[in-house]
Ligand binder design. Structure first.
Ligand code: M6R
Length: 614
């Protein structure tokens, strides 16, 4: 969603801010802006649209001489349109203070009315502008910048990460957070703030995640962090080891394609670390549930959104299959709308690539209030959601830049395989021979993923044939219904083609009415799996209604070529493990269709990488 970068030091901030914003672009945005300050004054430059527009504005402006600090922002509109006026930074009434903000101020209407009554004039439709005026107000009352920011924050309800600069204190950059991430960075040439690590790659040498309600004062050569009660905190910065390669396309046409192609390696590394051999026990060192608590677990709940929700559906299937414990999957936003039945006998698993999804965080907070043991599966172990974690399962997929989740989904699936094996081992719910056979097969998956990636001709041909279809149906039975849902989501997100996903048995209960020669049906069929024969019959029914048919299958049966227009084969694998392979062609199908239509694959319209509003 929105992104923040800030810098104070002995180098000109402009390139630092623009570089930082460039590395945050993947989060999705519709306008951008920067504020620069020197010892005498501040200036703000903003533009609607992409960073190139901001760069053009900057090149046409007569810039401040020798700026020592600056803040920058990319905005994804929530309150008011994505135009230059609503873009951040926002300024105080006298223009002597500028702020950037991520998050949402829930009581901004009341605060705005109060400030208007006192004669304040608002330029924008945003919730953020009230913060600028409030800090400005407290500065005028005689507070220093630190105190004024604290006083303003005490009036705010909602979520915020703020960067603040003011002419009142030209050697200071203030940062504060509440329910929104903010990172501090250090280097020899100065100090930084950012909403996410990529903004600091290649710029800072070490970083530190600010905790909720901590406030940091940055100067050119020092950073002081204050706890919520304003006592000084002694913090240790960690070296920033992520290389520029992790946010480089490395010759691929899009980040999405690069990330799809990383999946063999990512799964191999994750498995190597957690399950070095089929004889080994699954090693999940950050799972902290005691044996007695585990034995007392009566239900498992999995909470997530979007693609993570589809991984959760696969996870439910695996956990129930391997442990027999009843498992429910809930969209985080829905968990928030209903009575929670979580208790101390519940293991609640939160799944979030970013760890910053507002719905998932709120739902997990609610489950924690009901005493559930909280296990978090995330790609960002430093993210906000981990504050509620009793146990952690890091995905270790590396930074995912493309808005469409691909490698993180596959890593989530691997994490669920590891977790269900771990639970089965500790609960003794599956015999040793069966566990070892499953582990053996799991360890083959990385190579199988690579085989699929090397043989994508049929997928490309299929994409070429159907890229002008306006609707698709995806279907399967059993564990791959989730794969069908994820395949359909991927297509919708990046190509803007409508796609519905169904358990294949549901087709005849309604969706069959849609079928004709313009509606391709994509099926995932694993021979020997539950419902293979029935899935073939469902496809016969679709063919009788002239629907073009596409199969994703591990079957070698040549007869399938008579029924299906395209047969995309994946290596042979048991049904239980097949979501790890069948999903890969669906990612590629969505990618090649979207690319052939000229879509902005990595930054699809209206979407943001992490959705930090409920
Ligand atoms: O970071 P999270 O896993 O919590 O994100 C959840 C969804 O917002 C995310 O999966 C979204 O659906 C992606 N655009 C999927 O490609």
């Amino acid at each position: 969603m929105c992104g923040i970068i800030g810098y104070i030091g002995n180098t000109s901030p402009i390139d630092i801010l623009l570089n930082g914003l460039k590395h945050l672009e993947y989060r999705g945005y519709d306008s951008a802006g920067i504020a620069l300050g020197n010892l005498n004054r501040l200036m703000v430059i903003k533009a609607a649209g992409k960073l190139a527009n901001l760069q053009q504005e900057i090149s046409q402006s007569s810039l401040l001489s020798s700026p020592n600090r600056g803040i920058g922002h990319i905005r994804w509109a929530t309150h008011g349109k994505g135009n230059a006026v609503n873009a951040h930074p926002h300024t105080s009434l006298n223009g002597n203070l500028a702020i950037v903000h991520n998050g949402i101020i829930e009581n901004y209407k009341d605060l705005k009315a109060e400030l208007i009554n006192q004669g304040y004039v608002f330029q924008s439709e945003t919730d953020t502008e009230v913060i600028a005026h409030l800090i400005g107000f407290y500065l005028q009352q005689g507070s220093n910048l630190h105190q004024a920011t604290r006083q303003a924050c005490s009036r705010l309800h909602g979520a915020y990460a703020l960067g603040v600069i003011s002419q009142a204190e030209p050697h200071k950059l203030i940062a504060v957070r509440h329910h929104a991430p903010l990172i501090l960075g250090q280097s020899r040439s100065g100090n930084y703030i950012a909403s996410d690590i990529p903004a600091l790659i290649g710029q800072a040498d070490s970083t530190l995640s600010l905790e909720d309600d901590e406030l940091a004062e940055l100067s050119e050569n020092n950073i002081s962090v204050f706890a919520a009660d304003d006592t000084i905190c002694h913090k240790t910065f960690k070296p920033l080891t992520m290389s520029a390669d992790s946010i480089d396309k490395l010759g691929y046409r899009h980040y999405m394609l690069k990330e799809i192609h990383e999946q063999g390696n990512i799964t191999r590394q994750l498995l190597h670390k957690r399950l070095p051999s089929a004889e080994a026990e699954v090693n999940l060192p950050d799972i902290n549930i005691s044996s007695s608590r585990l034995q007392a677990i009566r239900q498992i709940e999995i909470i997530a959104c979007g693609t993570s929700l589809h991984a959760a559906e696969v996870g439910k299937y695996l956990i129930e299959e391997l442990t027999g414990i009843s498992t429910q999957v809930m969209a985080a936003s829905e968990y928030l709308c209903r009575r929670s039945l979580s208790s101390e006998h519940t293991l609640c698993i939160g799944v979030s690539q970013s760890g910053e999804t507002a719905d998932t965080i709120s739902a997990i907070r609610k489950a924690k209030e009901h005493n559930a043991h909280i296990l978090i599966l995330t790609n960002r172990p430093d993210s906000s959601i981990t504050r509620y974690a009793d146990s952690l399962l890091p995905l270790e997929a590396g930074i995912e830049v493309s808005v469409a989740a691909t490698k993180s989904y596959t890593a989530q699936l691997v994490a669920f395989y590891l977790l269900s094996l771990y639970l089965a081992e500790h609960l003794h719910s599956v015999d040793a021979a069966q566990l070892s056979a499953l582990k053996q097969e799991l360890l083959q998956i990385p190579t199988q993923i690579e085989t699929i990636l090397q043989n994508d001709q049929e997928i490309k041909a299929c994409a070429q044939q159907f890229n002008h279809s306006r609707n698709f149906i995806y279907m399967s039975r059993g564990i791959n219904v989730a794969t069908a849902q994820e395949g359909a989501l991927k297509l919708k997100e990046i190509s803007y083609i409508n796609a519905g996903a169904y358990p294949a048995g549901e087709l005849k209960h309604g969706p069959i009415a849609l079928l004709d020669e313009t509606l391709p049906v994509v099926s995932i069929l694993i021979p020997g799996g539950s419902g293979y024969a029935k899935l073939l019959s469902n496809n016969e029914e679709a063919k009788a209604r002239k629907a073009p048919l596409i199969a994703i299958t591990s079957s070698q049966d040549k007869e399938l070529n008579k029924l299906f227009n395209h047969v995309i084969t994946v290596p042979q694998v048991s049904e239980l493990l097949s979501p790890l392979t069948t999903n890969i062609p669906l990612q590629l199908l969505a990618y090649y269709i979207a690319d052939s239509l000229g879509r902005d694959v990595d930054q699809p319209r209206n979407l943001a990488k992490s959705v930090t509003v409920e």
